[in-house]
Design a protein around this ligand. Structure first.
Ligand code: ADP
Ligand code: ZN
Length: 753
């Protein structure tokens, strides 16, 4: 250990000697007793000094060190500082049996921490999210379904069987199983005795099957040039960012998988980020078809055992291809050769809790540190990316048409001012006729409404009061499925009240406005013979169930699908030929800086779900403002014109991507105190003024109370090229934060709630 060796255990493939532009590893080793700095995942302000253990250690080694009475995980982070009483410096406990963290990843974590103004230990935590990092590979006890399942099972035993089925045959540990089933270990043991469940020893951390990149690509039309360009970028083994733009169905995935193939041929590792894990099923099948085996998966739906395996194999260079959620960016790749961010405009790439980072931007950062290409794929790129292309910082490849016979859907508006609908119905006669025609032909229709639940507002018809959350400044949303009202901010629920909480009159509470659950009611009433499916993230207990539902629908298991934005994301429903948007104006109402951009992207994405096979699709937008420039841009399809107009507006206003922003969110139990602290910060704006930045606020956040804490926002606006982070750090450091207040800094905020 401690040699800082890189790339050990990598499958040997052609081109192994070609490493010219890989990052220089400047790892030092330290003899026993020498002072080393260790970064731990504990919230401490600094790297701590320790003595190198017996046998020495090296930069990047994962170590266990004593901290007070505990032993904590850390990484050797350079030389010790030597500013600590030498008699008090303790030795490193032990060096863990894991490949050392490469200099490249340490640099990335440091830069990401600087950029997002996150304490480094918190960043390190993102890179060490694997259980049992310190344990050596050995066998472990696992459980899976064995023989026949008897009909008569106790409730608890039945849950164990259901849990094992939910894992889809994958062997799991006792902890995972009892967690999922919500029972004790004795229930499982009982089933083992019965022979229903099999208990066995399985080897830990098996390497992933080698992928076969040899298969010939059949790229066609402008896919060929795009594929060649990306393959060349991978071969260059240096940093570059390329926007791969093409309408849904144009073959972006097909094209970037060729770059992945080249990466694997070179013996380097590839990472593809996807915004929704629910979509990975289809993606994984495609990878398997192309490369003969599945890639490693990294996201919250992966079992602990599998997480550990993936982390290990990535670190040992024995996972060639990882498909993951944003946190996969923090995996310990040995020779990262390509990063793809699919659906790069997707807002879920921005982590809004804990460490506030945008995975798209961090992907670019990591690639630039490693020296490898990044591909940003989208049909509707973010304005940030579009502007970087315009500025010449990113390359751009276009796929102009759908692959094969599939055509883009025709698009039209339905003017709801003329629809004359009866109360509590939202589907216009025109849209209903379109749906009826599809159902007759055995084709699928999608009704899109970006609102979960049954009704967004519950109101008393006697006094007009609305039911709000007890802990937040938010209305409660009725969920019939749960038979309760729910707060979409904090998740609190309560029953729908019989009597008005304000005026106490009984029987007057009414649901106002539609959510997807209510749409399902209307659809079922109007099309009694149709099979209706609702796709909304909250209707499924787990990502696994959602995945199964998506597959059922794709196979033709529903005639009419009602969905929230979850359906807008890259899923392929071959029988779907009609998309109806219930309230196309929904996203345009806010004052959000990105309202136009988001609506444009969402509507084009949703429309793109229609007609992905032979039959041409149609998309209809129900709107009250058919003349709105954004609605017209969506219909007109002249995307470049839309981006240019949007860019001009943002440039004139000096807002992102032509200026920079940072949000400061203060929260605490006492509204007065939070405001006063915010006002004091705003007064001391010297460090900001010095870089020409302005501070706005304090103002109550749009959601001014969450979980009983009052929230206040400040917004900092700065020029594009100023050292914003340094100024922000200096600014907030002027005041000591009282113990009951929390302060979060959100660099490049995406959401202003
Ligand atoms: P996108 O990622 O742009 O939405 P996909 O790569 O998913 O597009 O392609 C859409 C569909 O067309 C997929 O079913 C894909 O398999 C098929 N396809 C695209 N290009 C080709 C090609 N060159 N050869 C065969 N099938 C292709
Ligand atoms: Zn709440």
């Amino acid at each position: 250990m401690g040699c800082g060796c890189s790339g050990r255990g990598l499958p040997q493939r052609g081109g192994g000697g070609k490493k010219k532009k890989a990052v220089a590893v400047s790892d030092r080793t330290y003899a026993a007793g020498e002072l080393v700095g260790v970064l731990t995942t504990e919230p401490l302000g600094r790297v701590l000094d320790y003595k190198a253990p017996e046998g020495g250690c090296g930069d990047g080694d994962f170590v266990e060190v004593p901290l007070g009475p505990r032993r904590v995980l850390g990484v050797v982070w350079g030389k010790g500082r030597g500013d600590w009483d030498p008699s008090k410096v303790r030795p490193v406990g032990r060096v863990l049996d894991a490949a050392p963290m490469r200099a490249e990843l340490r640099t990335f974590l440091t830069r990401a921490a600087d950029y997002t103004l996150t304490p480094l230990p918190q960043m390190l935590r993102l890179a060490t999210r694997a259980p049992g990092l310190g344990e050596s590979p050995m066998s472990r006890r696992v459980y899976r379904l064995g023989g026949a399942v008897p009909n008569q099972l106790t409730e608890a035993r039945h849950r164990v069987v259901e849990a094992l089925r939910a894992f889809g045959g994958a062997p799991v540990t006792i902890g995972e199983l009892t967690d999922e089933a919500g029972c004790g270990a004795s229930v499982v043991k009982g089933l083992v005795k019965l022979g229903v469940v099999v208990e066995e020893d399985a080897p830990r951390d098996l390497p992933f099957a080698l992928l076969d990149p040899a298969g010939a690509a059949n790229l066609a039309g402008d896919q060929v040039a795009a594929g060649d360009a990306l393959v060349a970028a991978v071969n260059a083994e240096e940093y570059s960012t390329t926007l791969l733009k093409g309408v849904t169905g144009s073959g972006k995935t097909e094209v970037y998988l060729e770059a992945v193939a080249e990466c694997i041929r070179l013996g380097r590792q590839a990472l593809v980020l996807l915004p929704e894990i629910a979509l990975t099923a289809e993606f994984l099948k495609r990878v398997e078809a192309r490369f003969g085996a599945r890639p490693a998966e990294w996201h919250s739906g992966v079992t602990q055992t599998e997480r550990r395996r993936v982390w290990r194999m990535v670190a040992d260079g024995r996972a060639e291809f990882v498909v993951g959620a944003r946190s996969a960016l923090f995996l310990p790749f040995q020779r990262l050769g390509l990063v793809v961010v699919d659906e790069e405009h997707d807002t879920s790439y921005k982590q809004e809790e804990g460490v506030l980072y945008n995975a798209r931007d961090m992907a670019v950062l990591r690639a630039s540190v490693v020296g490898c290409p990044v591909v940003l794929a989208s049909a509707t790129p973010s304005l940030e990316t579009w502007a970087n292309v315009e500025a010449g910082k990113y390359g751009r490849l276009d796929l102009s048409a759908r692959y094969g016979v599939a055509q883009m859907p025709t698009m039209g508006v339905i003017d709801m001012r003329e629809a004359n609908l009866p109360a509590n119905s939202w589907i216009s006669a025109k849209l209903a006729a379109e749906i009826a025609a599809r159902t007759l032909r055995g084709e699928q229709s999608l009704i899109f409404l970006n609102r979960r639940g049954y009704a967004p507002v519950t109101l008393c018809r006697a006094c007009g009061a609305q039911v709000g959350c007890d802990h937040c400044d938010a209305r409660m949303v009725e969920h019939r499925f749960l038979k309760r009202l729910q707060c979409h901010q904090c998740g609190a629920t309560k029953p729908v009240p019989e009597a008005c909480p304000t005026c106490k009159v009984e029987g007057k509470m009414a649901a106002v406005g539609p959510g997807v659950e209510r749409m399902a009611e209307e659809v079922q009433a109007r099309f009694p013979d149709a099979r209706v499916a609702v796709l909304s993230s909250d209707l499924f207990g787990s990502a696994r169930e959602l995945k199964a539902q998506i597959e059922t629908i794709a196979a033709g298991g529903a005639d009419i699908i009602i969905g929230t934005q979850i359906v807008a994301k890259g899923h392929n429903f071959p029988l779907l030929t009609l998309v109806g948007v219930i309230d196309a104006d929904l996203g345009l109402q806010g004052s959000d800086l990105r309202a136009a951009e988001r609506t444009f992207q969402l509507m084009r994405q949703v429309a793109g779900r229609a007609g992905r096979a032979e039959k041409r699709g149609a998309a209809w937008l129900q709107t009250h403002q058919p003349e709105h420039p954004v609605i017209r841009a969506i219909l007109g399809g002249d995307e470049e014109a839309f981006w240019r107009a949007e860019a001009a507006e943002r440039r004139a206003a000096g807002v992102p991507p032509y200026g920079r922003m940072a949000g400061i969110i203060l929260s605490g139990p006492d509204v007065q105190q939070v405001f006063e602290f915010g006002a004091e910060l705003a007064r001391r704006d010297g460090p900001l003024r010095r870089i020409g930045a302005q501070v706005f606020g304090p103002a109550p956040a749009p959601i001014s109370r969450v979980r009983g804490r009052h929230r206040v926002r400040l917004l900092v606006k700065a020029g594009k090229l100023v050292p914003l982070q340094a100024a922000l750090a200096e600014w907030v450091a002027q005041l000591r934060l009282p113990a009951n207040l929390r302060l979060a800094i959100d660099i490049d905020p995406q959401s202003f709630l």
